[in-house]
Design a protein. Structure first.
Length: 92
């Protein structure tokens, strides 16, 4: 089994394009992991799942996990960085 290293993976910022009261940061982060993150890092990602953030305030973080082919279950941290943008980052 390959060991997951944080360094090769690219941080993904995703603009979710809704007002803060309507933004679904949880879904946006899951889609960022299976979409942008997978594409930028040339990996197959499935079963992305994120906790619901406690608030929609900028600076709020929440946990996510996903299956990365060849690496297994990988943990992510999602951060709300603006009213319509969330970043996701793989962690060890």
């Amino acid at each position: 089994m390959k060991k997951l290293l944080v360094a090769p993976f690219v941080l993904v910022a995703v603009a979710v394009g809704c007002s803060a009261s309507e933004t679904d940061f949880q879904t946006a982060a899951e889609e960022a992991i299976t979409g942008s993150f997978a594409e930028l890092n040339d990996v197959e990602v499935s079963d992305a799942s994120c906790d619901e953030p406690e608030s929609t305030e900028v600076g709020t973080t929440f946990a996510c996990t996903a299956e990365i082919e060849g690496f297994g279950t990988t943990d992510f941290i999602a951060s709300i960085v603006s009213d319509n943008e969330v970043n996701v980052e793989a962690v060890q």
